[in-house]
Design a binder for this molecule. Structure first.
Ligand SMILES: CCNC(=O)N1CCC(Nc2ncc(I)c(-c3c[nH]c4ccccc34)n2)CC1
Length: 365
């Protein structure tokens, strides 16, 4: 039997909900933990390590170009990254014997306890709050070091454990992300998208600082800061709270976007003391007052509409509210190979994507 083919005896079939899983026997006791835009996810006991893992089944990821591009990008990036704040790839396999029969991909990853969207309703002390933010910043900085700018960070693609450790689940939007129409029933969450993304301006790495700022605000307030129903409403909510941006920002907008933005009623916005009053923060420990002042200061530097005026990831990591956690080995972890964007930016047919994905799976290990 060639090395390419999946060894028959090794695999077994089991159905979780309505999804058939065909996986190696080493993985037992499957339990559903949810489904994402790309497939169904279960937890399982890996009898080889004695630990439970997460297994995501991607069904026919090459069914259309959008799915294929996202699956290919996720697999290539997961293979290349190795950072404690980016979810790690433990195994990658297909039960299918060859390219002609190739249909499903299974990705095995580290299992975490919960989604960050579950945590936003919990009152966090400053220690946990600043530690979660520090880990998001470390993970994002590591991606930036490999030329990956996420642009779509949100609580639903961040997972945490009881011990407050945190991992980012995905790698965001492809650079050439065709905002392509997708038939999936999944709604796109735009609440955390930066102004430069909403208004179609250029972007740089601190586009991800905006999203982390929105998540920070939500962890403090217990509710979404800018819950826009669409792009227009998203921008309206940003202006309502932060005020109309200055002319220097308007000048950098595309003509038609600028005309629209300048046509809106002028808003003064609120101060950060008004947006984030003391009673939203912890106040039981002696140095909580100073930490609250630092937390509000950092929020005010992250939630700046003009990216040229907004704080950078590196400056966030050195901010008094975060610096206490600074560990050179976590912040400066050597980046993986710089990601080659050309593959995802090349238009391939479904069959070509199928072959590219099959090769990624077969070449694993
Ligand atoms: C306490 C309620 N449980 C909860 O919020 N959960 C989501 C995270 C889940 N843990 C995990 N750990 C690793 C990965 I990778 C994934 C995961 C990736 N994509 C998903 C899509 C849906 C559900 C889970 C995932 N999920 C445990 C269950």
């Amino acid at each position: 039997m060639s090395a390419v083919a999946a060894v028959e005896s090794e695999y077994y079939k089991t159905t979780i909900g309505e999804t058939l899983f065909e996986i190696p026997k080493r993985y037992e006791n499957l339990k559903s933990i949810g489904s994402g835009a790309q497939g169904v996810v279960v937890s399982a006991l890996d009898t080889k390590t004695g630990t439970r893992v997460a297994i995501k089944k991607m069904s026919k990821p090459f069914q259309n170009v959008t799915h294929a591009k996202r699956a290919y990008r996720e697999i290539v990036l997961m293979k290349s990254f190795n950072h404690k704040n980016i979810v790690g790839l433990l195994n990658l396999f297909t039960p299918d014997h060859d390219l002609s029969q190739f249909s499903d991909i299974y990705i095995v990853m580290e299992l975490m306890d919960a989604n960050l969207s579950r945590v936003v309703h919990i009152d966090l002390d400053h220690e946990r709050l600043s530690f979660l933010l520090y880990q998001m910043l470390c993970g994002i900085k590591h991606m930036h070091a490999a030329d990956i700018i996420h642009r779509d960070l949100k609580p639903s693609n961040i997972v945490v454990k009881e011990d407050c450790s945190l991992k980012i689940l995905d790698f965001g939007l492809a650079r050439a992300a065709d905002g392509g129409f997708m038939m999936t029933p999944y709604v796109v969450t735009r609440y955390y998208r930066a102004p430069e993304v909403i208004l179609g301006m250029g972007y740089k790495s601190n586009v991800d600082v905006w999203a982390i700022g929105c998540i920070f605000a939500e962890l403090v307030r217990g509710q979404i800061l800018f819950p826009g129903s669409d792009h227009i409403d998203q921008w309206t909510k940003v202006v309502d709270l932060l005020g109309t941006p200055p002319p220097i920002f308007m000048q950098r907008l595309l003509p038609n976007v600028r005309a629209y933005v300048e046509s809106l009623p002028h808003k003064r916005g609120y101060t950060f003391a008004q947006l984030f009053p003391d009673d939203l923060f912890p106040c039981s420990l002696p140095d909580d007052r100073e930490k609250t002042t630092n937390a509000r200061d950092l929020l005010a530097r992250m939630l700046v509409v003009d990216p040229d005026k907004r704080i950078s990831v590196d400056e966030c990591l050195r901010h008094p509210y975060i610096f206490q956690w600074y560990d050179q080995s976590e912040v400066e972890a050597p980046p993986p190979m710089r990601y080659d964007h050309t593959v995802e930016e090349t238009d391939h047919t479904v069959d070509e994507w199928k072959a590219l994905l099959f090769r990624q799976v077969i070449n694993y290990r």
